[in-house]
Write a protein that binds this ligand. Structure first.
Ligand SMILES: Nc1ncnc2c1ncn2[C@@H]1O[C@H](COP(=O)(O)OP(=O)(O)OP(=O)(O)O)[C@@H](O)[C@H]1O
Ligand SMILES: [Mg+2]
Length: 404
């Protein structure tokens, strides 16, 4: 196997990140390029302006090309937004030869996919949780096992068709070929979790600018997804209202001096707040800034708690919660999350970033890096979303095989 280039495109509410990685003959994945550009065409994770989003993607991709020296043609793109849904399903098939083959597995996943979903939703993923062979539960690697009746328990993730199409339209306008569309927090999880955490039970909470995305894994399998329409933009807006300053100034103040709550900053520290118009800047106490952020941080974490309770897996999170996304950098957030959620919490930064750890190793790149790791894991291995071959394609395959 020769070296292979994998490209992940994270089209976020505040930025577009394009991550280029190289997979060597030994299977090792190394990030070799990163492009980032501010985005303005999305609201709460969803494309609302094609023109503006296309421009942001173009810039991020060009930057990643310059850094990596690789021409980018094909990308795997992430999607999120409150339109994302998840549901459990299952499928049953009879094995063809009293032994489970790869083809039987593909058929049973296809059967599990046959569930009623709203007409305006598209299936993004069919994620296998476990297989049952002749009543024997808890099988993870069914291929090669003896049995007649193969059952699959899966979690299906769907997204609004229009949101998927608009995202793909932006990519195509940049001359990019979209290989796959992947749920963003599934990619983030790929970048920040260890296998052990997935086994023990863990939630990844990606707090970005427009949304807070949450996924749950237990016993190594994907269980639950929820996308909450709140994020770092709300914190910035609260500062704009509370300080009567511009969005740009509020954003800078938040990143430079913000904290989840006053207890995490020095009460004697003073900071300078720019005013709007030509009024002179004012001085204020840094803990007063944290005071303005505190209620919203609490609200976001309460919503996370509610979602985890709704998932039915809250009591099973032995490895706790891993926070990622740009807002995870807010000082005091981990402590406040531990307080509100009552489980252990850590910040997850992307792994496998090799020589680019200083730039790509920040939590806001978890999704972008995760998209390449997700490709590396699924490509060549069992695909999580087998698509049914069309009849003419089957005929063609049959015909060309016969002819060989
Ligand atoms: N040091 C920091 N402290 C607090 N917030 C921060 C810090 N650094 C970045 N942020 C916030 O993180 C957010 C951006 O995070 P991220 O890049 O993960 O979002 P995104 O992927 O663009 O958005 P989304 O995933 O919601 O569509 C912004 O709201 C930004 O203000
Ligand atoms: Mg994001």
């Amino acid at each position: 196997m020769k070296e292979e280039i994998l490209v992940g495109l994270d089209v976020g509410t505040s930025k577009v990140a394009c991550v280029v990685a190289q997979r060597g003959a030994d299977g090792r994945v190394d990030v070799v390029g990163l492009g980032r550009h501010a985005s303005s065409g999305l609201r709460k994770g969803v494309v609302v302006n094609i023109e503006a989003t296309t421009e942001s993607i173009r810039h991020a991709v060009q930057e990643a090309e310059m850094m990596s020296g690789v021409e980018i043609r094909r990308v795997v793109v992430g999607i999120s937004g409150a339109h994302v849904r998840g549901l459990d399903s299952h499928g049953v098939v009879r094995t063809r030869n009293n032994e489970v083959s790869q083809e039987d597995v593909e058929r049973v996943l296809e059967a599990a996919r046959a569930v009623k979903i709203p007409a305006d939703q598209d299936v993004l993923h069919v994620l296998a949780q476990e297989f049952v062979i002749d009543g024997q539960e808890g099988v993870r690697e069914p291929v090669g096992m003896s049995g007649v009746r193969l059952e699959a328990r899966v979690h299906i993730v769907t997204a609004a068709r229009s949101a998927v199409e608009n995202l793909m339209k932006c990519c195509r306008r940049c001359g990019l070929d979209v290989g796959d569309v992947v749920l963003e927090p599934l990619a983030s999880a790929e970048a920040v979790l260890t296998d052990e955490e997935r086994e023990m039970g863990v939630a990844v909470v990606d707090i970005g600018a427009g949304t807070t995305d949450l996924v749950v894994f237990t016993d190594g399998a994907f269980r639950f997804v929820s996308v909450l329409p709140v994020g770092g933009d709300h914190l910035t807006k609260d500062l704009v209202a509370g300080l009567r300053t511009s969005t740009k100034a509020a954003e800078e103040l938040k990143i430079r001096y913000g904290a989840a709550s006053p207890q995490f900053v020095d009460e004697n520290e003073e900071i300078e707040v720019p005013s709007v118009g030509d009024r002179p800047p004012r001085l204020m106490a840094r803990d007063a800034l944290a005071q303005l952020l505190d209620p919203r941080v609490e609200e976001i974490l309460e919503l996370v708690r509610e979602a985890l309770e709704r998932s039915g897996y809250f009591a099973l999170l032995s490895a706790g919660v891993v926070l990622t996304g740009g807002t995870a950098k807010l000082p005091g957030l981990v402590e406040m999350a531990e307080d509100i959620l009552g489980v252990q919490v850590r910040v997850g930064a992307p792994r496998a970033v090799g020589g680019l750890a200083d730039v790509a190793g920040a939590p806001e790149f978890a999704t972008g890096v995760g998209l390449v790791l997700w490709q590396a894991r699924t490509r060549g291995a069992l695909r999580s979303t087998p698509r049914r071959l069309s009849w003419w394609r089957r005929l063609w395959n049959w015909f060309t095989q016969e002819a060989e």
